[in-house]
Design a binder for this molecule. Structure first.
Ligand SMILES: O=P(O)(O)OC[C@H]1O[C@](O)(CO)[C@@H](O)[C@@H]1O
Length: 244
């Protein structure tokens, strides 16, 4: 595990965007695993800047998003489909047919989970999986539980997650109760994982995830088993880590 701490969010964004663009420069057919939430917004801004400067093309890249809300219309401003369009897809040359997001509005959600897994199996493995971290240790929407699932599945969101994401909705009760998420097995199959965490409010969970016991009660702790994990933190998020 390689943990890098940055004294500014701007430097963190640049470092992470640079990892993405340099991968795509060396492998134009790279498969990217993408995350949503507040954490990657500045990273995507930097990726867009790199694209606009002509440093990189995403024309042959394939992407898989981690998750999507269930039952939120795909054109709802807070759907992850809208988020990706707003922050990344509308600004780069990634082909829409190669930008995959699980569909939380499919009538048969189980079939949608299997379809998504099959697509990842056909096109993958994912070369670089970008991850944020929930306050309760979730990755994707894999919430703490006695057991975790390998593949894409439907999950009931934890209260803590719904409270954290209420900031994006007009009223807390409008936060969907369920989501469709890539499973931890698929996440761990990525060749490289980049976990990004910002903010003092996540310092404790960062420390638990990276130094605590490996347990499904803290899904991010399973990342300790990954052979190629890079952790990018701002100083606030890394403040409880012992200097190595
Ligand atoms: O970046 P945020 O908004 O703090 O959320 C943490 C993580 O939880 C999620 O909202 C759930 O997938 C991710 O999008 C994000 O990486």
């Amino acid at each position: 595990m390689n943990v890098l701490t940055f004294d500014s969010d701007e430097k963190l964004n640049e470092a992470c965007a640079n990892m993405i663009t340099s991968l795509v420069q060396t492998n134009p057919h790279a498969v990217l695993g993408l995350a949503t939430g507040g954490t990657p917004v500045g990273i995507y801004e930097q990726v867009v800047r790199d694209y606009q400067r002509g440093f990189v093309s995403f024309h042959e890249v394939t992407s898989f998003n981690l998750d999507e809300y269930v039952g939120l219309p795909s054109d709802h401003p807070e759907s992850y489909r809208s988020y990706m369009r707003k922050h990344l897809f509308a600004h780069i040359d990634l082909q829409p047919a190669q930008a995959h997001i699980p569909d939380g509005n499919e009538a048969d959600l189980e079939a949608e989970c299997r379809r998504y897994d099959q697509l990842i199996e056909d096109v993958g493995p994912i070369d670089l999986q970008l991850l944020g971290l929930g306050h309760n240790g979730h990755i994707g929407f894999n919430e703490p539980a006695h057991a975790l699932l390998r593949g894409t599945h439907i999950v009931e969101l934890a209260d803590k997650t719904r409270q954290a994401n209420a900031r994006f909705f007009d009223r807390p009760e409008l936060v969907p109760r369920h989501a469709i998420t890539m499973g931890v097995g698929t996440i761990l199959q990525a060749k490289m994982i980049v976990l990004v965490v910002r903010g003092a409010d996540k310092a404790e969970i960062v420390n638990r995830a990276l130094n605590g016991p490996i347990t499904t009660e803290c899904p991010a702790s399973l990342l300790q088993t990954h052979p190629h994990l890079v952790v990018l933190l701002n100083e606030q998020a890394g403040k409880l880590l012992k200097p190595s």
